[in-house]
Design a protein around this ligand. Structure first.
Ligand SMILES: Cc1cc2nc3c(=O)[nH]c(=O)nc-3n(C[C@H](O)[C@H](O)[C@H](O)COP(=O)(O)OP(=O)(O)OC[C@H]3O[C@@H](n4cnc5c(N)ncnc54)[C@H](O)[C@@H]3O)c2cc1C
Length: 444
């Protein structure tokens, strides 16, 4: 008899992982703490509960990276996608579902699977041996969170994500912005030009502060503590403390010379820092925020140089337990220091229902292969699933690592064919390549 794989957490990731493992013919034991131990966001004791919106976002597998991820999960016989399809609600191009019916059928499918068994209860420490997948999500219980922090080092496990917006580099107007590190610091030319800078004059700065103060903000959920205030104030809170606070904080103009107008001293500067090894994504330094998404887009596009920016993700601050995966996990999603422990879902530093379920799918397949004495590597980085797992386990900057949605900025750039320009041509080329490469990976 093959040794079972144990899964901690029956959320989006854990449920998908369990399904994949059972389908591979390997027994699986699910350890879920609800309902005995509650979280502030879950309402039921069902598997794969959607705690907030009921949407799996775009289902367009030609023009959208998350739609492409749906396609890959369907191709891999994913339970989450199958049940989402069964309980689909009309929502234009998005895949929205009847959340209660969806979770109930994921639960029923797992309970009906002969190789799946349930061992209810909270897991409070890291198991010493066996095959394990830890998929305890953004609201990992305190006891397990402490055990993970003890193993990884406290600084490698975050309890909040303070996300600054991330911009596609090719949408920054470099006729206005310029590349320079503050005081030209750095040993190499690459380091001396590591940041992209957007200048503001006094009028632009004043208008920006007014817009920040007036913008609509989201509130914390009940039960979410506001311990974030120590290290990472939202920019709107800084602006509330005084109109000049940002100019002496993340927007300080010192040590920078506008390459386009060297004679003009900027009144304030917004800096963007590289966010991935490919150099396709940049985050706005120090710009974590609780502004609503619509307001963020308006306010950030008023920054000179970002008027046409497209955002790979917008900013936020949430309760979220996640690992510094680029330093802690190998490419098979195993903890480097204890390879019998695999992580999956939002705790690995992906963001969102679909991305979490996709990481569950992958971890499940890899764990099942291992239990059967085989080895399975990740899909190529040209696929949505591969791009995401490569990002979290190596492609992302470890120092500034924050949870990530899937997006085309994570894909290796595609060779432009004659006449191929803009997104309208590039995106179908990305998804066409992804489908071919994912199918090959599955077949292999
Ligand atoms: C308040 C809030 C709102 C969100 N809104 C959205 C949204 O609108 N859209 C979106 O895409 N994403 C949203 N997210 C992110 C969302 O949580 C994830 O996308 C998704 O649920 C992550 O899947 P997961 O399987 O990693 O974690 P989860 O789905 O949270 O599953 C983890 C499971 O592990 C269990 N568990 C935790 N600790 C233990 C333990 N020690 N022992 C046993 N079981 C344990 C939990 O009870 C839970 O069932 C939100 C998150 C939060 C906190």
């Amino acid at each position: 008899m093959t040794e079972p794989v144990h899964i901690v957490g029956a959320g989006l990731a854990g449920s998908e992982a369990a399904w994949q493992i059972a389908r591979a013919g390997v027994p699986v034991v699910i350890h879920e703490m609800r309902p005995a131990v509650a979280t502030f966001a879950h309402r039921t004791s069902d598997c794969a509960e959607m705690v907030c919106s009921n949407s799996f976002r775009s289902d367009d597998d030609v023009m959208n990276a998350v739609g492409q991820l749906h396609w890959e999960m369907r191709a891999a016989d994913g339970l989450i996608m199958a049940m989402a399809e069964r309980h689909r609600l009309p929502a234009g191009g998005a895949l929205a579902v009847d959340r209660d019916a969806f979770s109930a059928s994921v639960t029923a499918a797992l309970r009906a699977e002969p190789l799946v068994s349930f061992a209810p209860g909270e897991i409070t420490g890291l198991p010493a041996d066996g095959h394990w997948i830890i998929a305890t999500g953004p609201l990992t219980s305190d006891a397990l969170g402490r055990a993970i922090a003890a193993e990884t080092g406290a600084e490698a496990l975050a309890f909040f994500d303070a996300i600054a917006p991330i911009v596609h580099a090719d949408t920054i107007d470099m006729d206005i912005a310029w590349r320079q590190s503050r005081y030209d610091k750095g040993e190499t030319e690459e380091e001396r030009t590591a940041y992209i800078n957007c200048p503001m004059d006094r009028t632009q700065y004043d208008a920006f502060i007014d817009a920040l103060l007036a913008a609509e903000k989201t509130e914390f959920h009940e039960g979410e503590t506001a311990g974030y205030f120590d290290g990472c104030l939202p920019i709107e809170v800084m602006a509330e403390r005084g109109r000049e606070t940002l100019r002496f904080g993340p927007m300080k103009p010192v040590g920078l010379t506008n390459a386009h107008r060297p004679e003009e001293k900027p009144y304030a500067v917004v800096q963007l820092r590289r966010d991935n090894a490919l150099g396709t994504l940049y985050n706005i330094v120090g710009f974590q925020t609780k502004m609503k998404y619509g307001a963020q887009t308006d306010v950030f596009k008023s920054i000179p140089g970002l008027q046409s920016a497209r955002f790979a993700r917008l900013g936020g601050i949430h309760r979220n337990t996640f690992l510094n995966s680029p330093t802690l996990l190998d490419e098979r999603m195993r903890l480097r220091s204890r390879p019998h422990l695999r992580f999956a879902g939002q705790i690995t530093g992906v963001e969102g229902y679909v991305e979490s379920a996709a990481m569950g799918l992958l971890a499940g397949r890899m764990a099942a292969a291992e239990a059967l004495g085989r080895d399975l590597g990740p899909p190529p980085g040209t696929t949505s699933m591969g791009a995401l797992v490569h990002h979290i386990t190596g492609g992302a900057e470890a120092k500034t690592f924050q949870p990530m949605n899937v997006n085309f900025g994570l894909f290796p750039p595609i060779e432009a064919r004659a006449g191929r320009r803009g997104r309208k041509d590039r995106y179908p080329a990305y998804t066409e390549r992804a489908k071919t490469d994912f199918s090959q990976w599955l077949a292999g």
